[in-house]
Write a protein that binds this ligand. Structure first.
Ligand SMILES: [Zn+2]
Length: 150
């Protein structure tokens, strides 16, 4: 599976059977599957989404947003509960490109991607367990639909 390093933006190819062994980036040594949210810049986000084969869940947030501060610990807890999903934080003020591309009108907004394509979104604060359940059920139904189509 291809994974983009959140630190240096290099694309790494990791054999599927090694995904659970805490793979690190071949270029900079940073963890590729750390069970915690990583911040991705506006510039790095398109490549990160296009070249990351694992599911990606983005939290669009901003410093001044009260509900976003309530969402942050839930998002962190969800990252520990669902290590198969890459948890990404995008500061919407610092990312006008992504905010416009994805039509972010309110924050916090959570976007779920699979294979670089958005498969779901949800606005507002959600408890960690509910967030993980929402993401996993979307990923499962997406996978099922993909199998029917092929
Ligand atoms: Zn790296």
């Amino acid at each position: 599976m291809h994974l983009v390093c959140p630190t240096c933006n290099a694309t790494n190819r990791i054999p599927d059977e090694r995904l659970a062994d805490a793979p690190v980036c071949g270029k900079c040594g940073h963890a590729l599957m750390a069970a915690e949210p990583v911040a991705i810049s506006d510039q790095a986000l398109p490549k990160f989404l296009a070249n990351t084969e694992a599911p990606v869940l983005i939290d669009f947030w901003a410093e001044w947003c009260g509900p976003c501060r309530m969402m942050a610990p839930q998002f962190e807890a969800a990252a520990k509960q669902a290590p198969e999903i890459r948890f990404v934080k995008v500061d919407s003020d610092a990312a006008p490109g992504a905010s416009q591309r994805y039509g972010i009108r309110s924050i916090p907004t959570l976007l779920l991607f699979q294979g670089g394509k958005e498969i779901g979104r949800q606005s507002g604060v959600m408890p960690a367990a509910q967030l993980v359940g929402w993401a996993r059920s979307l990923l499962a139904s997406h996978e099922k639909a993909g199998k029917i189509n092929t």
